[in-house]
Design a protein around this ligand. Structure first.
Ligand code: BDR
Ligand code: CA
Length: 309
């Protein structure tokens, strides 16, 4: 498989951190051009700081970090505190990073990067709300043609985690998601439908923390929330690393082409990804919606990456 150039747009987030570590461990396959931080799990200053800490942990402070949007396109930011209490900030006492974010605004850097590289050579991995990507597409719509693709953790068709139907990343900024799903870009969607099959059980935790290397102690801290939930008999799903796994090992996933629309109206279904699974609307397919994953193969990939640390 040829080496792929990627931009990671992210709101770390413990699962975002594992996704970044997974990508960096596979430098043979993935060239991480930069990390763009977006508000989501916490404020954008916090997610940028966390991205820098993850890069320091991996010894990769050469990877540039850009600060992106501090708020969704419409309305006020809803952070993951509402979902997890303050637990989303647990485990982040990682070593201090002396690096600083670059001065360019994240959406502008995405535009500059896509316009300065050959068309069809860069993939965006979106691990948070889609605000930065929507802003970049709004400012320079022609970047849609320059992208190789967009692989995103977004949405759900079988029940949400913010209301009965909406997933967090889409719920935080459904207006951005609507713009991104409407853009003429090849999209692959890793939704809760798939990530709920990647539960972090006590067995998986033992596997993830088995390696005894420079990053094990810090990874164990980041996984503290998952450990507590697994011990309580309510294992949490692991979301964002599945986006990177999709690039590294697409064969472990199954999916189908569907039409996806986003509910932006306030109400019970705010932020829903409306997936036309039966093709009844007549609207053209605009996304490859993943439906299944080989959980064991996924964890082997992730554990192998963490063991390289
Ligand atoms: C998504 O929400 C965030 O809390 C996680 O980092 C993940 O990207 C899952 O709904
Ligand atoms: Ca995330």
């Amino acid at each position: 498989m040829p080496r792929q150039s990627i931009i990671i747009d992210t709101d770390p987030g413990q699962d975002d951190a594992l996704a970044i570590l997974l990508a960096l461990a596979h430098g043979d396959a993935l060239d991480v051009l930069g990390i763009t931080a977006v508000c989501g799990n916490i404020s954008v200053s916090g997610t940028a700081a966390n991205a820098l800490k993850v890069l320091a942990l991996a010894g990769r402070e050469d990877v540039p970090v850009f600060v992106g949007s501090a708020a969704p396109l419409v309305g006020k930011l809803v952070t993951a505190d509402v979902l997890h209490g303050k637990a989303i900030t647990a485990g982040w006492d990682l070593p201090f990073s002396s690096a600083a974010p670059r001065p360019e605004f994240a959406a502008d850097w995405i535009i500059d990067t896509l316009l300065s590289r050959p068309a069809g050579t860069v993939t965006i991995c979106a691990l948070g709300p889609l605000t930065n990507i929507a802003l970049a597409l709004a400012k320079r719509p022609e970047i849609a043609d320059r992208l190789e693709g967009l692989v995103m953790m977004a949405g759900a068709s079988q029940g949400g985690n913010m209301n009965a139907v909406a997933e967090f990343n889409v719920f935080v900024d459904p207006h951005a998601a609507a713009r991104v799903f409407a853009a003429p870009v090849r999209k692959v969607v890793v939704s809760l439908d798939v990530t709920r099959k990647l539960l972090v059980t006590e067995t998986e935790l033992r596997r993830l923390t088995a390696a005894k290397n420079g990053i094990t102690a810090e990874v164990t801290k980041l996984l503290g929330l998952y450990d507590a939930c697994a011990r309580a008999g309510a294992p949490r799903a692991l979301h964002d690393p599945a986006v990177i796994a999709m690039l590294l090992a697409p064969d472990i996933f199954k999916g189908r082409e569907v039409n996806v629309e986003i509910e932006t109206a306030q109400g019970l279904t705010y932020g829903q990804t409306i997936v036309d699974v039966n093709g009844v609307t007549g609207r053209p397919a605009n996304a490859h919606w993943l439906t299944d994953v080989d959980s064991d193969a996924f964890y082997s990939l992730l554990c192998d990456a963490l063991a390289r640390g």
